[in-house]
Structure formats: C-alpha cells, structure tokens
Design a protein around this ligand. Structure first.
Ligand code: ATP
Ligand code: MG
Length: 304
C-alpha cells in the first residue's frame, strides 16, 4: 500500500476552540476515501490543513510520503469552495483560461477533460446559465485539467439535487476505476459515502473516531445470527456438511456468526441440538451502518 496522504497528530485551534484534534489520517493510493462527519466536525478545516491553505497549530501532513511542497501540490487537484467561473464565458473558455494559467501546452487537455466530466455537449454554454450540478462538474474539470493523481474534494455534492448527486458519484467512480485517481472527499451524508467509498474515516468534534476499509466495516456491520455453542469446531462442520451454510465466522467465547439463513434460527438450533451441541444462546444482530455511525457520533459517548 502506497501512502498518499498521512497526517501526524494534526491539530488546529481557533481561539480556545480545538477544531481538529490529533488527527492521524491514512489515505493510500487507489482509495476513494470518505471523510464523514456531522456539521462542524472539522472536515473543511482538515482539508484546508492537508492542502496547506491554513497552518496547523501542531502536527504535520505528508503528501506522497514527503513534506508538502510545490512538487506534491502539482500532483493534486482540489475543489474546496463552491467553484466560481467567469459568468460571461462558456464552459470551454473557462477551462481554456485555466489551461493557460497552469501553463499546460496542449489545448487537447481541455477537450479531453471536458469529455472526462461529460461536459462536451454543453461546452458552449455560458457559465452564468449553468445549474449548480453543472457548475460543480466545471469545478471538477478545472481540478482535473493537469491530470492529478489525487482529487481532494470538500462535500462535492453539497447543494445538488438527487440527479446531480448521482452524476457526481458516477463520475468519481469512473475517475477512480478508469484513471486510477485517488479520491479524498468529505461528506456529512452516510448514504453517499456508503455508495462510493472504499475507505472511511469518521470525524467527530475534531477527532478521528474510526478509520476503516469499507469492506471491513460492512463485514463488521452485517446482520447475523449468533450462536453460543459448546463445540465450535464441530458446529462449523455441521453447518457446512448438514446445512450447507458456508457464510459464517467463528469468534471468541465459542460464538459463531452466521450471515445467511437468518430466518432459520430454530431449524439451525434444532439440528445442532440433535447433533449433541449445547446451544446456550442465539441472537439476531441487526446493526447497520447508520446505527454504527450514530452510535459512534452520539453525544452520550463523546462529550466535548
Ligand atoms: N476560521 C475559523 N475561525 C474560527 N473557528 C472556525 C474557523 N473555521 C472553522 N471554525 C470552527 O471549527 C469547527 C470545525 O469547522 P469545519 O468548517 O472544519 O467543520 P465541517 O466539518 O467542515 O462542517 P460543515 O459540515 O458545516 O462544513 C467549527 O466549530 C467551526 O465553527
Ligand atoms: Mg465544511
């Protein structure tokens, strides 16, 4: 795994308020990293710190395994504020200006990038006439023009309607899959992160509560039937051979979690008992990601 963004005890204080506390983030090449947190959690502050737009109070950032500098910033594309554009110029002209500002020689970069964000057919539309979603894609086009290796996006779907949100989601997925661009994006909407992220960091009141691969999180939060049994080894044999159940995991204290056949707890129990296994408890765990997120960020658990 190649580290792209690492933060080390990164902190930012405003007056007496610690907006970001000892953050240790790990973003690896190829990740679509969903940085999830409620309003005011510290997402934008963290992103500004990563981009060196503000100075940390303590701690530091590494980009591409190095201290951030011109070299690393040139490999990053970002979209932090709502993107502005010259209102009387077309989409293509706006991007053309960006190309010249960046000193990119090839004019093809503009047409290629327009194509990448699905704006070719709208390229002659004036920026002043664009919907928020289209403006957002123009912002992404600008961030992508110099072919960055990583995109850093602060709430890229904020203010968009469901169609616009879906469009951005598909676009980001495509950038990740086809162009292998690493994506770091913040959001306060779990569902959005859930549909896109390969890795999730949860920030709450400036603190990173959890950082986890999405697949692992899903596994951790899958609905399952849990049996506490006298003989786990024999039980797994019975599950596989007598019940054709393969999707299970064995845990501490003689417990086995079964992720399929959730409606058949009594049948499973009966068969285990006939096979001389003592079952001391059975329960259905229906925790989902939303519960997990709410539990992590509930005010009861995390006082200021
Ligand atoms: N320039 C600033 N001066 C003082 N306080 C600030 C400043 N910027 C942010 N804060 C405070 O730091 C905390 C974190 O703010 P931040 O904007 O990073 O949160 P966020 O997670 O991006 O929230 P949102 O979902 O609303 O965008 C908030 O309490 C905010 O009021
Ligand atoms: Mg913010």
């Amino acid at each position: 795994m190649e580290p792209i963004i690492r933060t080390y005890n990164l902190s930012k204080q405003y007056g007496t308020h610690l907006a970001v506390k000892n953050l240790n983030l790990n973003v690896n090449r190829g990740d679509i990293y969903g940085f999830l947190g409620r309003n005011g959690a510290g997402k934008s502050t963290t992103i500004r710190l990563i981009l060196s737009l503000i100075k940390p109070t303590s701690g530091y950032v590494e980009l591409f395994n190095e201290k951030p500098g011109i070299q690393s910033f040139a490999r990053i594309g970002s979209l932090v504020e709502t993107p502005g554009a010259y209102p009387n110029l077309s989409i293509k002209e706006n991007l053309e200006i960006q190309r010249q500002l960046l000193g990119i020689n090839s004019p093809i970069a503009v047409t290629e990038t327009l194509d990448l964000v699905n704006l070719t057919k709208d390229e002659d539309k004036k920026a002043s006439t664009l919907s928020t979603g289209t403006l957002q894609r123009l912002g992404l086009a600008r961030a992508l023009l110099h072919k960055p290796e990583i995109l850093i996006l602060d709430e890229p779907t904020n203010g968009l309607d469901p169609a616009g949100i879906k469009e951005i989601r598909l676009l980001l997925k495509r950038l990740s899959e086809d162009r292998k661009i690493t994506i770091f994006m913040s959001s306060h909407i779990l569902a959005e992160i859930q549909q896109l992220a390969t890795r999730i960091g949860i920030i709450h009141r400036g603190e990173l509560l959890e950082e986890i691969d999405y697949e692992e999180l899903k596994r951790k939060n899958r609905t399952y039937l849990e049996f506490k049994v006298s003989n786990p080894v024999r039980t797994t044999w019975i599950l596989e051979e007598k019940l054709q159940i393969k999707d299970y995991s064995v845990h501490e204290e003689n417990t086995i979690r079964i992720y399929s056949h959730l409606e058949n707890s009594s049948t499973i129990n009966r068969i285990l008992v006939t096979e001389n296994i003592d079952v001391s408890s059975i329960f259905l765990n229906e925790d989902n990601l939303e519960d997990h997120f709410l539990k992590l960020t509930s005010e009861v658990k995390n006082h200021a």
